[in-house]
Design a protein around this ligand. Structure first.
Ligand SMILES: Cc1cc2nc3c(=O)[nH]c(=O)nc-3n(C[C@H](O)[C@H](O)[C@H](O)COP(=O)(O)OP(=O)(O)OC[C@H]3O[C@@H](n4cnc5c(N)ncnc54)[C@H](O)[C@@H]3O)c2cc1C
Length: 271
């Protein structure tokens, strides 16, 4: 294992044989279950000044090593990004949140990633760095499928940029798992919306665990505009959700059950 101390040393170590170890909460499990497909582990443990949240005016920037617990205790996040708080509070246990990072959740690219779902709703951008320089990619363009991302050899995720959203927006998140605590979700749904005179002025909605990646429900978002926040709208959008999601059947739940759950999650937002 190697322990780069600054970005230059880190970039020197990244090649086709290396894998980054950040909080280790996914990698340790993967190593135990199927082993790591890499001969060199590049730990971020000694990397300096990479666990900060920076207020950049119209956005915040979360650096690669920032843990979930650090995000939860950040005042700006508490005020402006309730959805990030709601999703992170559902991740694992305190121990997991003390070690796990948002960048690890992103590169792990699970359709059940709770932090990832918040980032889809917040239209987050990822800053990817390599020896050649820097590129910025939208979260939904970065995640390609389960465990599959647009990260190239020699690159790492330097930071996550989240544009600030309106203080007046309502935030909602719910996940359904097999157990009450520490469960990988069967389905999850998050939304950010603003109402004017009880009508949807805007709506962002995303689902987890019902497709190969987290998905934004574009059609539902468009449909909701101008509709009243009431039972009739809840029923219409819930039906649409069941048609929109494309879940698989696996050991946790069948495809049909997941569709039902997705519909019920939409109904839940209106309760
Ligand atoms: C008991 C338990 C419960 C859990 N519960 C949940 C849950 O409820 N919801 C949920 O979403 N997740 C859950 N997780 C999964 C996990 O905690 C998260 O995915 C976590 O965010 C991973 O972050 P990490 O820093 O530990 O990543 P690591 O394990 O260090 O790395 C994960 C992957 O990301 C890569 N990586 C990490 N950082 C970078 C970077 N900056 N640049 C490039 N590549 C990088 C690594 O190479 C690796 O491929 C759980 C895990 C455990 C063990």
């Amino acid at each position: 294992m190697v322990f780069p101390r600054d970005e230059e040393e880190l970039l020197e170590q990244l090649d086709e044989n290396s894998i980054i170890l950040n909080g280790g909460t996914d990698i340790m499990v993967r190593n135990r279950v199927k082993g790591l497909n890499a001969s060199k582990i590049v730990s971020l443990d000694k990397l300096q000044d990479m666990d900060k949240i920076i207020d950049e005016g119209d956005a915040i920037r979360i650096l690669a090593k920032t843990t979930y617990s650090q995000i939860l205790s950040n005042k700006t996040v508490q005020q402006l990004f309730p959805i990030l708080q709601m999703t992170i509070r559902e991740i694992g246990s305190t121990q997991i949140r003390n070690r796990g990072t948002l960048t690890g959740n992103i590169v792990n690219a699970s359709p059940a990633g709770d932090g990832v779902l918040a980032l889809y709703l917040l239209d987050a951008l990822l800053v990817i760095r390599s020896k050649e320089g820097e590129r910025t990619v939208r979260i939904d363009n970065f995640i390609k499928g389960p465990g599959n991302t647009a990260l190239e050899v020699g690159e790492y995720v330097h930071s996550v940029i989240i544009p600030k959203c309106s203080k007046h927006a309502a935030h909602y998140f719910k996940k359904v798992g097999q157990r009450k605590a520490m469960a990988i979700s069967i389905a999850s749904m998050g939304a950010i919306y603003t109402l004017k005179k009880d009508m949807f002025l805007n709506l962002k909605m995303a689902f987890g665990s019902v497709a190969p990646t987290v998905i934004r429900a574009d059609e539902i978002e468009a449909m909701a505009l101008g509709m009243e926040f009431n039972e009739t709208t809840a029923t219409i959008l819930s039906q649409k959700a069941k048609q929109t999601v494309k879940p698989i059947s696996d050991v946790r739940a069948s495809s049909e059950y997941r569709k039902e759950v997705a519909g019920n999650l939409v109904l839940g937002m209106f309760e």
